[in-house]
Design a protein around this ligand. Sequence first.
Ligand code: PEP
Length: 253
Amino acid sequence: MTNKLKYFIGNWKMFGDYSSIKIIYRINSFCSKFKNRGKKYRIAFCVPNTLIYFFAKKLKTKFISIGAQNCHHHQNYGPFTGSVSAYMLKKIGAKYIILGHSENRMKGETNRLISKKIKSALNQKMNIVFCIGETFKEKRKKKTFSVLRKQIKESINKKYNLSKIIIAYEPVWSIGTGKIPKLNELKKIFQFIKQECKKIYKTKKAPVTLYGGSVDDKNIGSFSSISDIDGFLVGGASRSSKKFIDIIKNYYK
Ligand code: PEP
């Protein structure tokens, strides 16, 4: 099994209240049994904004971070009813932020807007989980690679600090559907994302790249054969401590 640092990031979407911290406590107590855990994997939970401050205050471990799921592109404060900026999220304890999630792209988020959001989160020195992925229609038309290239190129400016950007490949047709890509296709897609980033950003080090889409405790083992996958963005299954713990356990089996 791999010795490379892996990421397990939960996306809670619009779920949870204060009592949900018990889910994270259970995961923390499972993880705290392992020595050198910080060298093996990193964990973050991107929770609703209503929970960030409370969770970040309660968690006494540096090993599990709390994150947000989106922000306004404006840098700090502004006349944007119902919005919050990366600055505000960072101030209440968010260390990670998911940007470009397909559920937000479907509501009209463009690559250009996502690029501005990435910039404002980078200014706050947050770790960005930048989501890319093709729809089923695009996949059927064999447009996966061109869609991914465009999403990357138009959202990550050449001047951005790539080391703070984690790319999450999330095929839209896989989110919440129980469907996962064929492993041989996934392998090629991860190679493509990494090579493309090296080429576009003229760097030897490709960004950390995660897979997301219907990951659960049953299918996680199948991904371990693809060494280019640096971790997982987990939606539904991250709201169950048992499933999340089993995802980690089964990955390292
Ligand atoms: C997600 O929405 O980021 C996600 C990966 O969801 P799920 O795991 O539920 O498919």
